[in-house]
Design a protein around this ligand. Structure first.
Ligand code: PNS
Length: 161
């Protein structure tokens, strides 16, 4: 069984993430979306909230599960008996850091492959941080994040309230 992990912070999930998850779900038997538990990162949503948002947006994909992890990503993959890490590449600017992580993960666990999917053109400019900045300053983020995430962001920033 080919099991892939799509790791990330997902604070919150965007349509760019969802695009990668949806495409991965067609390539692998099972896809585990893994939210990093990282207490040092200043996040808007708690781990539980991020997991819940992902669960409701990924419910449409039968072979996609959502979980969280701490520690090394490769240890989470071993625990789940997964052999593939799937990451989205938006632009050349993503490449250097992603390449470094892929090579380090491959050094630590040679049996695990990192697969990069090019983000769809229409989502290539989206990032969770930019979404938060735009909504905080009153901009329109519709079509850039799943409806559930948009609702939560609107509540969080008390827009129109
Ligand atoms: O959405 P992000 O913040 O770009 O995701 C980064 C993530 C979670 C993929 C990365 O930080 C990670 O894998 N962290 C787990 C710790 C780890 O394994 N570090 C060594 C990676 S080479």
């Amino acid at each position: 069984m080919k099991i892939a992990v799509c790791p990330g912070s997902f604070d919150p999930v965007t349509n760019g993430h969802l695009d990668i998850i949806a495409r991965s779900s067609k390539m692998f038997d099972k896809v585990i979306v893994a939210v990093l538990r990282n207490s040092s990162k200043n996040s808007l949503f708690t781990i539980e909230e991020r997991v819940e948002l992902l669960k409701s947006t990924c419910a449409q994909y039968e072979n996609v599960e959502v979980d969280s992890f701490s520690g090394l990503l490769i240890d989470f993959l071993k625990l789940k008996e997964a052999n593939f890490i799937v990451k989205g590449l938006r632009a050349v600017s993503d490449f250097e850091y992603e390449m470094q992580m892929a090579l380090m993960n491959s050094k630590l666990a040679p049996e695990i492959e990192t697969i990069f999917l090019m983000t769809s053109n229409k989502y290539s400019f989206i990032s969770s941080s930019l979404i938060k900045e735009v909504i905080k300053l009153g901009g329109d983020i519709s079509g850039l994040v799943p409806a559930q995430a948009e609702e939560e962001l609107i509540k969080r920033f008390n827009i129109g309230g």
